[in-house]
Design a protein around this ligand. Structure first.
Ligand code: C5P
Ligand code: MG
Length: 154
């Protein structure tokens, strides 16, 4: 397992009021089985994919009512622990993520989003790239996140 690995993940949800969107930085939320944080879900899948360990649906089946409303941070931390169990000590070199969303504009909260994700991963903010795109009005009720990670094990 030693050397570099990349991982890629995606997530998408319909928008709904009153639920979380991208960690704690927006008033708009999504309809989803767990708490619907698309960015952390895409990131969690990317981390698993880097080591061909499946995806979060296997660890947290949507059919299981226990996982309704589950905090995305818990999902991410569980994934990090599974990785450590399976591959040993690993480093996350950087993360590059895209959030596609028409409204609200997330640019003003970019630094906050970066800080929160960096905190969850235990890495420096300078290693967390987050970009935003609109759908150009083609999908106003929709949010999507894509995430790529680069990892290294000794
Ligand atoms: O998708 P588009 O090219 O129109 O995005 C233009 C700009 O709008 C980018 O700088 C992007 O960071 C910003 N943006 C944003 N919040 C969004 C979508 C895009 O701040 N929800
Ligand atoms: Mg554009």
């Amino acid at each position: 397992m030693n050397g570099f690995r990349i991982g890629y993940g995606e997530d998408a949800h319909a928008l709904a009021p009153g639920r979380r969107l991208v960690i704690d930085s927006s008033p708009v939320g999504t309809v989803a089985h767990s708490d619907g944080d698309v960015l952390l879900h895409a990131l969690s899948d990317a981390l698993l994919a880097a080591y061909a360990m499946g995806d979060i649906g296997q660890y947290f089946p949507p059919s299981n009512p226990n996982y309704r409303g589950l905090d995305s941070r818990v999902i991410l931390q569980t994934v990090l622990q599974r990785l450590a169990d399976q591959v040993g000590e690993f480093r996350i070199l950087n993360l590059s993520a895209v959030v596609v969303l028409d409204q609200p504009r997330l640019g003003p909260t970019r630094r906050d989003i970066q800080r929160q994700v960096a905190g969850e991963l235990g890495i420096d903010v300078s290693r967390v790239g987050v970009t935003f795109k609109t759908s150009e009005g083609m999908a106003p009720d929709f949010i999507q996140a894509r995430a790529t990670v680069l990892l290294h094990t000794e």
